[in-house]
Design a protein around this ligand. Structure first.
Ligand code: AMP
Ligand code: ZN
Ligand code: FE
Ligand code: FE
Length: 293
């Protein structure tokens, strides 16, 4: 019997979250969650610490990562990889490439902001990120603190979000590469927050999901803070129809995303069953295609 609730999508200071991996796990415990996945952008630097904190507190834990794939604007495609092995050499080279893609992009954002009269430096961004993966929410926090904008959201709308003047894309993997490389790293690939694809209708969404399925996609994130009840229902049906596992998470980032609470996605909790099916899928996938070191 699976009882209780989980959160399978959250960020720590290893990427652009505000709480350390240990603090995220402690909060999960206080929020009465029974399992957690940490899904930082482009890195697994936090999962070791989170796993040991979870072990001490008696919380189930699965490692995760969230990576961006190429997708036509204005949509975005994020793929989650669950159960990746941090020691896997393929994963290490994957994260190194993803971070190199950011290192290419970030100075361009700062240069453009300077041109627009916003005084900010790479050094300030690096200090804000405290040695972790540099994300735009860190930069948004600096712009907010310096009074250029009145909120993190406004920093994106006015300066660094898609369509804004200081927006620059980072090099991305194709969806095929993202899925293949997650699988090669021992991970279960899951399409994150399908709403953010901004597909125009059900038929288009189905085509995208079907294509990803052919590439090896294993699951769909049906519960997410961006999904209202109707969307949860629609994505649930889609997952069931295609034989994809269902996952869910809040996409908690701490105060970088002030409206999101750990364990809650638009007021909805995430059933533990999602975690259990994910673990099963991970185990079967490992048996089917043992990962070579
Ligand atoms: P990056 O990985 O550096 O490109 O930054 C991605 C992060 O920025 C993710 O946490 C996104 O949710 C966040 N983000 C992207 N667009 C917006 C926006 N318009 N408002 C708030 N956060 C955003
Ligand atoms: Zn983030
Ligand atoms: Fe995402
Ligand atoms: Fe996320």
């Amino acid at each position: 019997m699976s009882t209780g609730f989980v959160d399978l999508h959250c960020h720590s200071t290893a990427s652009d979250g505000v709480l350390t991996p240990t603090q995220v796990v402690e909060l999960a415990k206080r929020s009465n969650l029974s399992a957690l996945a940490l899904t930082d952008h482009d890195t697994v630097a936090g999962v070791g610490e989170a796993a040991s904190a979870a072990g001490s507190l008696g919380l189930d834990f699965i490692a995760g990562i969230e990576i961006s794939a190429e997708y036509p604007s204005p949509g975005t495609m994020h793929i989650l990889g669950y159960g990746v092995d941090p020691e896997n050499p393929q994963l290490k080279s994957l994260t190194a490439e993803l971070i190199a893609g950011r290192d290419n992009r970030n100075p361009r954002i700062v240069a453009k902001l300077n041109e627009l009269g916003v005084a900010v430096t790479m050094k300030e961004w690096e200090d804000e990120a405290k040695g972790s993966v540099l994300g735009r929410p860190h930069l948004a926090a600096i712009l907010h603190r310096k009074g250029y904008v009145s909120s993190i959201k406004q920093a994106f709308d006015k300066y660094i979000g898609q369509g804004a003047p200081a927006y620059f894309d980072k090099e991305r993997l194709t969806p095929r590469q993202a899925i293949e490389r997650i699988r090669a790293s021992g991970g279960v690939p899951v399409l994150a927050h399908p709403i953010q694809l901004r597909t125009e209708n059900d038929a288009q969404l189905e085509r995208v999901v079907k294509d990803l399925l052919d590439l090896g996609l294993a699951g769909l994130e049906v519960i997410h803070s961006d999904h209202d009840a109707a969307l949860v229902e629609r994505y649930t049906q889609l997952a069931d129809r295609f034989g994809l596992i269902k996952t869910g998470g809040s996409d908690f980032h701490g105060s970088n995303k002030p409206n999101i609470e750990l364990g809650l996605a638009r007021g909805r909790r995430i059933p533990r069953e999602f975690y259990e099916r994910l673990i099963e899928k991970h185990a079967t996938q490992q048996q089917q295609a043992p990962v070579r070191a």
